[in-house]
Design a protein around this ligand. Sequence first.
Ligand code: GLU
Length: 498
Amino acid sequence: MNNSKIRLRLAPSPTGFLHIGNLRTALFSYLIAKKLGAQFILRIEDTDQKREVEGAVESLVKILDWVGINFDEGPHLGGDYGPYIQSERLSLYQKYAEELIEKGEAYYCFCTAERLDKMRAEQEAQKMAPRYDRACHDLSLEEARKKIAAGEKYVIRQKMPLSGEVKVYDEMRGEIVFKAAELDDQVLLKSDGFPTYQLASVVDDHLMEITHVTRGAEWLPSYPKNILLYQSFGWTAPKFFHFPLILNKGGGKLSKRQGDVFVEDYRSKGYLPEAIINFCALLGWHPDGDKETLNFSEIIENFSIKNLGISPAVFDLDKLDFYNGYYIRQKNDQELTKLCLPYLEKYVEKINDHEFKIIACEEVVSLIYLEQVIALSKDRMKKLSDIVELSEFFFKEKLDYEASILVWKKSTAPEAKNKLQELKQLLENTEKENWSKLKLEEIIVSYIKEKEGKNGDYLWPLRVALTGREASPSPFEVAEVLGKKESLARIEQAIIKL
Ligand code: GLU
């Protein structure tokens, strides 16, 4: 059991799916926790009730577990600092908000939504930054309490200093100075009794004895307000880290419009956790040395806080594809087959652990056969779902393709037909023992030499006959896996087409 006094937390809002940016925050937080030998805590920030989704906590824990990020405390694990879900801590926030009122650090505000909308519209028309105009700032506590007793709705706002500077220290950027006059009188407690992020995160970080707050740079504008709140309570603030923003290639925000932004989407397309972790680690961390492919344990081993950068990281999908291809090729054929089979359900049905049925022709094949099929596509796969497109010709009873693609470059259809007829005869006479890719290559290539023919004139139509496609593994590899009978049947089909 880790009893460290150093405590870090991940504080996601349960929105249903894990944004890739939040995974990067989770990963960096986890890595810093590992480096410092800290406790790592999961806290669910669900005080924005509109955004909450059923089952979201379970799916969050599941996807983080899938990539290999786990916790010491959290709603699913318990711990001494619970509850770990903010909606179960509501009375706490109310109590602390009242404490600030008593101290004169916060005030009740009775402005209606209509009034605030009008105020904002006016500010916008005058090109002013939207900010609460402090209409209720000077209301006496007595007057406010009367209004409350009369049933008026209210929020509680934080009193910001009216002038001067607020200096904060970010562990990655050093000192940052904000002008107090630019800070909005932030709502701390909403009219429905729910706290805002500003109040709930500070109260919880304090009560949960969090020593290091790690979050995305989009929270930098909140930072001075957080620090002022710590001061108002008389609490010591934790250390803060703000990880760099993640932008798309065009320099904009990562959004659904440019493609997938949720880790679950990448998982279902067949991205491996190793690739996603490797990719996310390099979104802002710059390891010493030039090794780019690092598995999770290498990342943990090499990670150092000083190598975290602050300039925005660029989300480059080609890079993710590169890592994924790399980790796919690290798998052995057995592992890869297990990973690919769920994508092939349309074509292959499991009978038992060793036997499968090819649905189109009802033929029973062995697991070893499927491993051979999948191994042939290993080099071309960028993601596991590519296996469908790359290998479906093995699972179709009749290949559907245009006869014209059987014809190689300057050759003609009758010529392609002749070549296939010659090869058919040659292969019919090939003994079963010689039906391996190496032997087949030897036999076919020496036959072409003997005939003083061109490789392309023979091998192109042969490959298309076996696969029905213009791009595929070599005809020798495919023929070996298909076997003699099926290979000859496919050549016969091609001859008929021509
Ligand atoms: N609930 C915030 C979010 O999901 C967390 C920010 C923080 O880590 O403090 O973005």
